[in-house]
Design a protein around this ligand. Structure first.
Ligand code: GLU
Length: 441
């Protein structure tokens, strides 16, 4: 059975980059009728915070990315210790004692000599007595996985055939000196034991994948199918890493971005399929294919979310937005006509308030000197209330007859006098909503 996972570390709020990973894994699982796991990668007790776990769940719920179950790495430390023991018994695990400064120095030397900065495995040559002495002096060492120096190959769902020379990669540290288990082994143990069949993650994990493939094989597991999506850049191709902090999902929600707008963009951006606004998750699931994504960096412009949000809102019936309409102050008996007018004219639901205020209080009229008499006359011809969708048509016909004005010369001054703007909603839909005018009529 197809099983995928989204595995955020709860060390901050999740952003658009994380969403891409979450969504792809979600869509693969749902399309296959499989299982989608939310895995909390919280092996780092200092940086992991409960408030971020809650925030991640809220953000995913907001988007409708429902998970089948939650797993937490901090609950599974004994499983990782067991795997570590196994690797130790197999002779694939060794303790190393270099300090960060020593490692840094080694790297610099290698780079100076034009060599790749790969850990030199000096620790493999330590005798038991030397290790004992180092342990006494520096405390426990880190535990490194001894890679087999051969080519590591896989067919990547996005990048195609990948081949990495294991000799060009440092033996990964899986356990820190203080005993903290690192993500690289925890993830392998989880993926194997939880039967994860497909892993989609960012291309910053490609080297991890190479080492994880060897660890999975050493532990006797089956490799999932890997796919590495490209990383997002800004609209000009600039690195987004620094700005990701401002592209947290909760900020986008705050700015009024609608979930379907965000999901529709993210399910297609960087793929060979065009971005199309979808109204239902089911359509996104149906149309998703991870193999259609490209390896090139994907340009993301937060501004693209707003036209999609506007278009999505236009398609919604009042029922879906009744709360927002009421929150804007619109009385229940006007909610239906108000929404019919407003949805054509808003970008986000936050704009409702402004439109309601215009209806309720009227606008500062915009009247040119030469139109003063015309407007005064037109106002005396305003039909008796209550106003409906026909009122504007009837009124403007009467005004036309009385004044001889027609076309733009007729409509534009009226619009500007009533709304204070040169363009905006259909006047026929707006007029019945204008409280001030209605009161006068
Ligand atoms: N916690 C890891 C991260 O956020 C998960 C990577 C993975 O999907 O394996 O980068």
């Amino acid at each position: 059975m197809t099983t995928t996972r989204f595995a955020p570390s709860p060390t901050g709020y999740i952003h658009v980059g994380n969403l891409r990973t979450a969504l792809m894994n979600y869509l693969i699982a749902r399309k296959a009728g499989g299982t989608f796991i939310l895995r909390i990668d919280d092996t780092d007790p200092e940086r992991s915070k409960e408030e971020y776990v809650d925030a991640i769940k809220q953000d995913m719920e907001w988007l409708g990315l429902h998970w089948d179950r939650v797993e937490r790495q901090s609950d599974r430390l004994d499983r990782y210790a067991e795997a570590a023991d196994k690797l130790r018994e197999m002779g694939r695990f060794y303790e190393a004692f270099e300090t960060p400064t020593e490692l840094d120095l080694k790297r610099k030397k290698q780079l100076n000599m034009g060599k790749p900065p790969v850990y030199d495995r000096a620790a493999l040559n330590l005798s038991d007595a030397e290790k004992e002495a180092l342990r006494a002096e520096r405390g426990s060492g880190v535990w490194r996985f001894k890679l087999d120096h051969e080519r590591i190959e896989w067919n990547d769902g996005i990048l195609g055939d990948i081949s990495i020379d294991a000799a060009s990669v440092s033996d990964p540290v899986l356990i820190r000196g203080d005993g903290q288990v690192l993500y690289t082994i925890a993830s392998v143990v989880d993926d194997t034991e939880m039967g994860v069949t497909n892993v989609v993650r960012g291309s910053d994990h490609v080297t991890n994948t190479a080492t994880q493939i060897q660890i999975i094989e050493a532990l006797g597991g089956t490799c999932p199918r890997f796919a590495h999506h490209s990383l997002l850049t800004g609209p000009q191709g600039e690195a987004l890493s620094k700005r990701l902090g401002t592209l947290a999902l909760r900020d986008l929600r705050e700015q009024g971005v609608q979930p379907m707008a965000l999901l529709s963009l993210m399910a297609r951006l960087g793929s060979s399929d065009p971005v199309e606004l979808r109204s239902e998750m089911a359509e996104l699931i149906e149309g998703f294919d991870v193999n259609r994504f490209g390896a090139a960096p994907t340009k993301f412009d937060v501004q693209d979310l707003f036209p999609l949000t506007a278009k999505h809102l236009q398609s919604l019936p009042l029922d879906d937005v009744a709360e927002a309409v009421a929150d804007a102050g619109v009385p229940a008996d006007l909610a239906e006509p108000f929404w019919a007018m407003a949805r054509e004219n808003i970008t986000t639901l936050a704009d409702l308030k402004g439109w309601w205020e215009l209806c309720r209080d009227g606008a500062e009229p915009l009247i040119a000197d030469e139109d003063r008499d015309f407007i005064a006359e037109a106002m005396t011809l305003l039909p008796e209330g209550p106003f409906d969708g026909e009122t504007w048509g009837k009124w403007t016909s009467t005004v036309k007859e009385a004044t001889g004005r027609k076309g733009k010369g007729l409509f534009m001054p009226l619009r500007k006098a009533l709304t204070g703007m040169e363009r905006g909603p259909e006047m026929a839909t707006l007029l019945p909503l204008l409280q001030v005018i209605r009161a006068k009529a």
